[in-house]
Design a protein around this ligand. Structure first.
Ligand code: ADP
Ligand code: MG
Length: 755
């Protein structure tokens, strides 16, 4: 690491400022603070006009002081200084220019109150121009600011010493991620000092010279200067461009290195056995595999037969039949004497996989202790989850360790230290999102030799996300649905604008049942006193919307009670199903519905995956806004399976302009999983997308957005692959190697820098 980048801040900006940066931003080094990039840039023309300021928001205003009065407070000691500001054109040389013409609008005035603020009283005299920044509050009906931060324009810190009013007006103002105690311009002032005092030329540049030349990138010194002190919009854009590529390259090179390392490992080849379980399974398959399933199956079969590990991501539309593809791969491994583990993100999903895989295997699934590994004509399928009783779990663990269990299905309980396998040959991870690189590593460590790995996505993910989050995997896609799937029509039922529709839903359900079909009703909660069946996690609504909710949400118990008295459904057999029922009750509820004895099933998201009742044609999702896009898409994939067209009603009580309604509109607008996942990602924050793979203290990306910068990511991926091919140890690119270490291990790096 260059001495400059790890240099303690105080050596460049003084003890006092360094202490402030450490306290408020946790930054201690020169490179750390230079890497604290503006969140965005404003020009003076974009400052908030007073006439249009929004309540409860942070605003930055450029205005002139009209009057200032100071009075004593009545109830307490101290003074209040009331300042009235105006953004009419009282400017001398620093007029607002650009998009907004303030001559044409009514000038706004605003009252600002300062408590015991002697500096404000002394400096904010009539005629003075200043930038004010604070949260807009309303006071007796009038909007105002209380104790805002301000900076006088006589010493405009953003002007970079320039006196040319035209130039200043167009000059971008960097806006830093600020805190209440540390406003953006204080950060800006300190970083300005740093940019001037630091030896920018001595900073390490992770971008190889050849690439920098090809792309015409700024030097790293110039890029740091222009990202913090741009004189034009083009300046910061060019600077961002190079740092963004740099982020992509560091990330992609780390992934390319990982791919190369894994590919070089030795694994046990699991060759197909023409007389094994897989052959018997295929011979008895009740349907024909789709062309995609055949293709992917061949790829997997070939890779499993090689003596280095397969690392593959299988993505496909809901209902495209990924499970059977995975099962066939598992059988090949079992035939070759190995074990396969299937990892599901929740207990409910693990149990469903267990049931459906045993059902699919039929006589090929051995019961209890009779079976064993291939050769005996059947395979033992074992479930291992955290909630299993002590003896049952112990038995499952014994079966895994002894090799009696050929296929072990479980939750993250499989990751725990005391679970071991006799000969783990293949790991299948279902619903990828919650299993990041680190967790995959924990599982891989359970095999004597690196096992083969198949990761499956519940919903398709855009190519660039795959390249970033799963960039260490090769990708296969199932892009066709098995034949006989009928289209699903989805309607958004907004109860806030049409309360009468609440009754109409049940009449609609009755029509469906009278026509001989069946209905799912899905609720976000089990009872009136809980928060759902399992945490919505990655597939739930974005976390900022998943918080506590004042509304009484639909619960399975309350809805069942209501429907029993609903006239439209008089005499209809209905049953509840949720994760808190004991296993027998659950099984009986599901069996009754499968046998078409129960016409209407009221459940939680336990039916999200695995449930496959061809006669079900209507799905009613109550308080649908409580579910995430991919969850809704999964849920509605439960209807329209038997050649009968399906209908899905997304019921919500939210007002039409509530932001969560956008998710529902997106789901209603298309059944294309790729489009939906793109939409889902747009509505989420970047951190949530990268969350799983970035656990373990990885720094988050600053400028790179996987959704927006697909081409750049693809470019960096190609560059990274070439670099690693030519120079696997990165011996000729030490700066890039260091940047990767820093990215993967920010804490350790910070520690070393301090030490
Ligand atoms: P997903 O890809 O969403 O995990 P599943 O693996 O659960 O989908 O498959 C959905 C349903 O489709 C299951 O009932 C499965 O048995 C069935 N299925 C899978 N492949 C085919 C096929 N080729 N033809 C008909 N049905 C199929
Ligand atoms: Mg599935």
């Amino acid at each position: 690491m260059s001495a400059e980048s790890g240099l303690p801040l105080e050596r460049r900006i003084g003890k006092k400022s360094a202490a402030v940066m450490e306290k408020h931003l946790g930054i201690t080094t020169v490179e750390g603070l230079l890497g604290y990039f503006p969140r965005r840039y404003m020009t003076r023309a974009e400052l908030t006009p007073i006439a249009g300021i929004p309540r409860d928001e942070e605003v930055t205003l450029l205005a002139r002081v009209v009057s200032s009065t100071t009075r004593s407070m009545r109830a307490r000691r101290g003074t209040i200084t009331d300042i009235v500001i105006s953004d009419d054109d009282g400017a001398q040389g620093l007029r607002l220019v650009g998009g907004q013409d303030y001559h044409g609008t009514v000038p706004g005035t605003l009252k600002i109150s300062f408590f015991n603020a002697y500096k404000a009283k002394a400096e904010l005299v009539p005629g003075q121009r200043a930038l004010f920044s604070g949260k807009v509050t309303s006071f007796n009906g009038a909007l105002g600011l209380t104790n805002p931060d301000f900076v006088l324009l006589d010493n405009d810190p953003f002007a970079n010493g320039s006196k040319d009013p035209e130039k200043i007006a167009a000059m971008p103002i960097p806006v830093y991620p600020a805190t209440a105690k540390l406003p953006t311009w204080k950060i800006q002032a300190v970083i300005s000092t740093l940019v001037e005092t630091a030896d920018l030329e001595a900073l390490p540049d992770p971008v190889p010279r050849l690439v920098a030349r090809r792309e015409g990138f700024l030097s790293i010194a110039e890029a740091y200067r222009l990202i913090h002190q741009p004189e034009t919009g083009a300046d910061w854009k060019r600077a961002q461009e190079r740092f963004r590529y740099q982020e992509a390259l560091v990330l992609q090179t780390s992934l390319a290195r990982r791919r190369a390392a894994v590919a070089a490992e030795e694994a046990t080849a699991r060759k197909p056995d023409p007389a094994g379980l897989l052959a018997a399974f295929d011979a008895d398959l009740p349907f024909t595999l789709t062309a995609g399933q055949v293709d992917v199956g061949e790829t997997l079969a070939a890779e499993l037969a090689l003596n280095h590990p397969m690392n593959r991501l299988l993505q496909g539309e809901v209902g495209s039949g990924k499970t059977v593809v995975a099962l066939r791969a598992m059988l090949q491994v079992v035939d070759a004497g190995g074990q396969a583990a299937l990892l599901a993100p929740t207990e409910v999903l693990a149990a469903q996989h267990y049931d459906s895989i045993r059902r699919t295997l039929g006589p090929l699934a051995a019961d209890g202790l009779l079976g064993g590994l291939g050769g005996s004509g059947s395979v033992q399928v074992t479930l291992l989850t955290g909630s299993m009783s002590g003896p049952a779990r112990k038995q499952a663990m014994l079966d895994a360790a002894a090799g009696t269990a050929g296929i072990v299905i479980g939750t993250h309980a499989l990751l725990s230290d005391n679970v071991s396998f006799y000969d783990l040959g293949l790991i299948v991870v279902d619903e990828q999102h919650r299993f990041g690189v680190e967790q995959r590593d924990v599982l891989r460590a359970k095999a004597r030799k690196p096992p083969h790995l198949l990761v499956m996505t519940a919903t398709p993910i855009p190519r660039t996300v795959a390249m970033t989050v799963f960039g260490d995997l090769e990708t296969s896609t199932l892009d066709e649905l098995p034949k006989g799937r009928a289209p699903i029509t989805t309607h958004l039922v907004g109860l806030s604008e049409n309360p009468a529709w609440a009754g109409r839903i049940w009449a609609r359900a009755r029509e469906e049942i009278d026509a001989g079909h069946q209905v799912y009703v899905v609720c976000p909660k089990i009872g009136t006193d809980d928060d759902g069946d399992f945490s919505p996690g990655e597939s739930g609504p974005p976390p900022d919307e998943a918080g506590p909710d004042a509304r009484e949400l639909a619960s399975v118990t309350a809805v069942v009670e209501h429907l029993l008295t609903e006239p439209a459904l008089a005499g209809i057999a209905l049953a509840p199903l949720h994760g808190r029922q004991d296993p027998d009750t659950k099984r009986a509820a599901m069996a009754g519905f499968t046998a078409n004895e129960t016409k209407l099933l009221v459940s939680t998201t336990v039916i999200e995956v695995g449930v496959d009742v061809h006669n079900a044609t209507l799905m009613v999702i109550l308080d649908a806004d409580r579910f995430g896009i991919s969850q809704l898409h999964q849920l509605r994939g439960r209807v329209g399976r038997g050649g009968l067209p399906g209908t899905c009603l997304l019921v919500t009580a939210l007002e039409p302009d509530h932001p969560s309604r956008r998710r529902l509109e997106a789901v209603a607008a298309t059944t294309d999983g790729f489009v939906l996942s793109q939409e889902d990602l747009k509505l989420r924050r970047e951190g949530d997308i990268l969350g799983a793979s970035q656990s373990g203290g990885r720094s988050t990306l600053k400028l790179l957005r996987v959704i927006d910068h697909g081409d750049l990511i693809a470019q960096a991926r190609g560059d990274a692959q070439r670099l690693v091919n030519m120079d696997p140890g990165l011996a000729h690119h030490p700066e890039l190697a260091q940047a990767i270490d820093k990215y993967l291990n920010p804490e350790k790096e910070a520690f070393l820098e301090r030490g």
